[in-house]
Design a protein around this ligand. Structure first.
Ligand code: GN1
Ligand code: MG
Length: 367
């Protein structure tokens, strides 16, 4: 256990005596540690250093998280739910200021939350857990529909397709690492550009006033949710990106990871395939908790959202590849290109299933 970590933990109002601190999980953005306490009746904790390259305004992040967890807790209490401490994250105040859910140590921002005992995260989904996840993310949006404060945009233009395309075009023009000339890059750029206008339709609808922004999670991967022993969803975690957005973010980004038959960096493009069973299960769960507040325009565009997120991620990975791999950690030279190409192949597979997706959604609404 590093003494620096112990010192950081001691800045928070945790219960019990810290006896061990060790790395936890495999997040690509923040550094995460498990803080164990000696006493049986004291909880363990999760301690994280927030990545300020990704989240420049940590105060805003923590203000959003405080507002969201407080609101959800109130909803759960009002509904008479049991086991609330496992159904919403509890952040620990800094000793120096009980109003503040972070501490600054050597210029770095740290935070601590209670570790949810007996919960598991999953890396892959099956239809049953997808249905549960769909229902949980829909419920998350529904619970936050009447949050009384306006949340900040913790990453500006995070899921703004026009902005992401502009970033790609800028790096193509500047070509800082000389990768634009590669044949495979040229091909992918042409495919992405051919779809660019269509993919920006959410921003256009937003400007026309026909598409609202709502509080969304914006990183709806299956590994951002905790399940209990019986495969029931306990809660949604990783709340840094919670912000106002089109609901497509939460619906589309889950399917981007959950309904890809292989991982987002799988190198064999023939193996990349859209899993329709996962799509159906997730959509069924999502609509069961979200259809009460979704507008017809939002529902009509769910198949668009399924395409939008692999497309956006392909644009983002290609942007990082052409920038010299500054955003995502890479294990080999063209890792980011493989990711970008994988996401594009997922989009190709999804394009084969449009009519089926539309028919399924229609059927769910009639049911
Ligand atoms: C990042 O850190 P992680 O894996 O939850 C990224 C997502 C991407 C994802 C791609 C803040 O999420 O938007 O979809 O990588 N998060 C941020 O793997 O950029
Ligand atoms: Mg995560």
């Amino acid at each position: 256990m590093e003494s620096k970590h112990l010192e950081i933990a001691s800045r928070f109002a945790i219960r019990g005596t810290v006896c061990e601190i060790k790395p936890l999980g495999a997040g690509l953005i923040n550094d995460t540690l498990l803080v164990k306490t000696a006493e049986a009746d004291a909880p363990d904790y999760v301690m994280q250093r927030v990545n300020r390259n990704v989240f420049p305004d940590v105060e805003m992040v923590m203000r959003n998280i405080h507002a969201v967890t407080t609101h959800i807790r109130q909803k759960l209490e009002a509904a008479g739910e049991a086991d609330i401490d496992r159904k919403v994250l509890t952040f620990v105040a800094a000793k120096e200021n009980p109003e503040q859910l972070y501490a600054i140590v050597d210029g770095e921002y740290w935070r601590v939350m209670v570790f949810i005992a007996g919960a598991i995260t999953k890396q892959a989904v099956n239809p049953a857990s997808s249905r549960a996840a769909g229902e949980a993310f829909g419920r998350f949006q529904a619970m936050l529909a009447d949050i009384p404060v306006e949340l900040g945009e913790t990453i500006k233009d995070f899921h703004n397709m026009e902005f992401r395309l502009q970033q790609l075009r800028d790096v193509v023009a500047a070509d800082p690492v000389g990768r634009v000339k590669e044949e495979k890059v040229q091909q992918l750029i042409a495919e992405l550009e051919a779809r660019a206008e269509y993919m920006c339709k959410a921003e256009r609808m937003g400007r026309e006033g026909v598409l609202p922004k709502r509080v969304c999670h914006c990183d709806t991967k299956v590994n951002n949710m905790m399940f209990d022993e019986n495969d029931e969803v306990l809660c949604v975690i990783d709340l840094d990106t919670v912000m106002p957005n089109f609901i497509f973010s939460d619906y589309g980004d889950f399917l981007r990871t959950g309904a890809n038959k292989v991982a987002e960096d799988h190198p064999e493009m023939d193996a990349v395939e859209f899993d329709v069973e996962i799509f159906k299960a997730f959509t069924e769960g999502y609509l069961s908790s979200a259809k009460s507040f979704l507008t017809p325009v939002e529902i009509e565009n769910l198949p668009y959202a399924v395409k939008l997120f692999p497309y956006m991620q392909s644009v983002r990975f290609l942007w990082d590849y052409l920038s010299g791999d500054k955003y995502w950690k890479c294990q080999y030279a063209d890792h980011n290109f493989v990711r970008a190409n994988n996401q594009f192949h997922l989009l190709l597979s999804i394009e084969q299933h449009e009519a089926e997706m539309e028919a399924f959604i229609r059927q769910q609404l009639e049911a």
